[in-house]
Design a protein around this ligand. Structure first.
Ligand SMILES: Cc1cc2nc3c(=O)[nH]c(=O)nc-3n(C[C@H](O)[C@H](O)[C@H](O)COP(=O)(O)O)c2cc1C
Length: 202
């Protein structure tokens, strides 16, 4: 048995991020106060509620400074979550460098930027699914030196080429081709999709 107290910070990170897998990746895009676009991936990201639609992103502190995504979302009260699919995997990984605030990661990764409609944030123009979010609240995680940024989804952008499960709003995973983060540079692609039956379900 391993106790977290017996591990150093790096070991705790390695163990946790290889056991909580695969994690969805929220690729967060924001405007800074001079209108420059910022883009970075976050895999401490998940859905929190569906009515209203809330998502949470845990942004680690960079020394005593907030990361650019958090600073921009705080100031503009908005961000977009671009769903990372197989087509965007390499570009997404490229945007994760510890770049200064003067760097536009859209340019660096050769990505087209477009302005969101419902909130003041940019999004990745070629991304097939995007959540346009307002900042709902921030939760300081204290000792964890991270801030949970909770976004309220104000609009969902879907590429019309994405298929949905007939009669529902479920987006068909095989047409979305989402990517999950494992650890470090390791990612998981969508494998075989299986359906499980239960006696009390139709
Ligand atoms: C796939 C992936 C997932 C990441 N997830 C997180 C995360 O959940 N929280 C975090 O603070 N940093 C995470 N990072 C690191 C940030 O992307 C990195 O610090 C980035 O430079 C932040 O950019 P910003 O300063 O423009 O916000 C992740 C990196 C990668 C490649």
């Amino acid at each position: 048995m391993l106790r977290p107290e017996a591990l150093d910070a790096r070991e705790r990170y390695q163990l946790l991020t290889s056991l909580v897998v695969p994690r969805p990746i929220g690729w967060i895009s924001t405007w800074d106060d001079s209108g420059r676009a910022n883009l970075a991936p976050f895999s401490f990201y998940t859905a929190l509620a569906s009515s209203p639609m809330l998502v949470g992103v845990s942004v680690g502190h960079r020394g005593d400074q907030p990361k650019d995504s958090l600073r921009n979302a705080r100031a503009s009260r908005a961000f977009c979550v671009n769903v990372v699919t197989e087509e965007q995997l390499v570009a997404m990984h490229r945007t994760a460098g510890e770049f200064g605030p003067e760097v536009d990661e859209f340019e660096r990764a050769d990505l087209k930027v477009a302005p969101a409609d419902a909130v003041s944030a940019p999004f990745v123009a070629d991304c097939p699914a995007v959540l346009e979010c307002s900042v709902h609240r921030e939760v300081e995680l204290g000792e964890a030196a991270a801030t949970l940024l909770v976004g309220r989804v104000e609009a969902v952008r879907l590429d019309p080429r994405l298929r949905t499960v007939p009669g529902t709003r479920y987006v068909d995973a095989e047409s979305l081709r989402p990517v999950g983060r494992l650890h470090g540079r390791a990612y998981g692609l969508l494998g075989e999709v299986v359906f499980v039956d239960r006696a009390d379900e139709e």
